[in-house]
Ligand binder design. Structure first.
Ligand code: PLP
Ligand code: ZN
Length: 417
């Protein structure tokens, strides 16, 4: 039985059957015409209950299969996605006088970022369609994730990346066998070129937001948080934001669990952008319906986005949830990387730590109450961008001779009581 009913344009409300078109609403265009996936919630409410989930031994995000747009589950690839840890962090709680702070560590996915949630769903959709060639534009993580899944599925893969994509992400792409096209331009340029190629040559396109199924995969991070918190939803969820797809997807996930009666209240969604790449913050603060395009500049490559492709849904998510967008500087992001590493033992790439920088900022302003339950999503692993994360450390290894006396001399602080 399929629970997927159809898709609906977020702007004009037109409804589509699942196989009518693949991407955005033709009447509204690529930025405005992103589509929302509709399900039969009555049918789902019989399949997904607190009881069935408690008995479910599928410890990956496929435990939420009835709430995912999969028509042919046999096309699911074997890499294990999701069910990532949610850590309580007493050290962070103490620092900011908050009683409950959790870290959702989504760097613990097969290719080390949250993007695996989306790629694992998109590859099923590509196989259901019967395509042979696929593509994506990406700052790096979406593509490296996509390439792992498309390699497993035996699909020919062309990836468009910007000039500044970090080397470890390029290494992943090449090793998974993708053909990598490094575009002379930034991510927004790579995105446009990729969409043109996909349209011209009929390739299946996993580029964010225009493909409506990606947010469906990403929403499972929210579903897991609800279940891991024993069905008591958090008050605030902090997410780093580039295109806004994770942010809007997670909000949809919370709303769906609320609609299914699995949680009793909804969190406020706080989207964190880098100051040099904050079109959603600007739109939010000027109460605009749309973002003004800008030239992004930030160390956090995964959120270096000048034209947020999921802006309509993302702005709606912040509004509906009673949340907001906020910006943090690159310095604040760098200090959040080391704070996260030292106080929670979690190693994040710059965009992966940006949400924590946002919490630090809002906590200092007293925006969260002491008793509020706060979840911070870590979206990508520190090994994804070694040059970036090394800017967060001021120290260097100490050179020593093969001699204990020399060791003792170099680290006097270890011997003072
Ligand atoms: C993609 C990504 C983001 C931002 O996600 P959007 O859906 O573009 O807002 C944040 N952090 C990491 C590590 C990412 O890979
Ligand atoms: Zn429309």
């Amino acid at each position: 039985m399929h629970t997927l009913l159809g898709l609906k344009c977020v702007s004009c409300g037109r409804e589509f059957t699942p196989d009518e078109i693949d991407y955005t609403c033709p009447a509204c265009g690529p930025l405005t015409g992103t589509r929302e996936v509709l399900y039969d919630y009555r049918a789902i409410s019989k399949l997904l209950t607190r009881k069935t989930l408690a008995q479910n031994r599928e410890f990956s995000h496929w435990r939420y299969l009835p709430l995912l747009p999969v028509l042919q589950p046999e096309k699911i690839q074997p890499l294990s996605v999701g069910w990532t840890p949610l850590y309580r962090s007493p050290q962070l709680e103490n620092q900011w006088g908050l009683e409950r702070v959790w870290i959702k560590d989504d760097s613990r996915n097969p290719t080390a970022s949250l993007k695996d949630r989306a790629s694992s769903v998109a590859v099923v959709k590509a196989l259901e369609k019967g395509v042979g060639t696929v593509t994506a534009a990406s700052t790096g993580n979406a593509a490296s994730s996509w390439s792992a899944f498309t390699a497993l599925a035996g699909l020919k893969t062309a990836i468009f990346v910007p000039q500044n994509a970090p080397r470890p992400k390029i290494a992943q792409l090449l090793l998974f066998g993708a053909t990598v096209l490094k575009v002379n331009g930034n991510y927004d340029d790579a995105f446009d070129l990729c969409c043109r190629a996909a349209e011209k040559w009929g390739w299946y396109n996993r580029s964010t937001a225009i493909n409506p199924y990606l947010g469906e995969g990403k929403k499972t991070a929210a579903l897991e948080i609800c279940e891991q918190l024993n069905w008591e939803a958090p008050d605030y969820v902090f997410v780093s934001v580039g295109d806004g797809c994770i942010f809007q997807g997670m909000w949809k996930g919370f709303k769906e669990f609320y609609q299914l009666g699995l949680i009793e209240r909804l969190p406020k969604m706080i989207g964190v952008q880098a100051q040099g790449s904050a079109p959603l913050v600007r739109a939010w603060e000027s109460r605009a319906e749309r973002c003004e395009p800008l030239q992004p500049r930030t160390i956090a490559d995964s959120i270096s986005v000048g034209v947020p492709r999921d802006q309509v849904k993302a702005l709606k998510a912040a509004r509906e949830s009673g949340g907001r967008f906020t910006a943090v500087s690159d310095e604040e992001i760098l200090s959040a990387i080391s704070l996260l590493a030292r106080s929670a033992g979690v190693f994040a790439e710059p965009a992966g730590a940006a949400a924590l920088a946002g919490l630090k900022k809002l906590a200092a302003q007293g925006a969260c109450g002491r008793q509020d339950r706060v979840v911070v999503v870590v979206t990508g692993h520190g090994l994804k961008d070694i040059d970036g994360v090394m800017q967060a450390v001021s120290r260097q290894p100490l050179q020593v001779e093969n001699d204990l006396e020399d060791v003792a001399e170099k680290i006097p602080s270890f011997f003072h009581c």
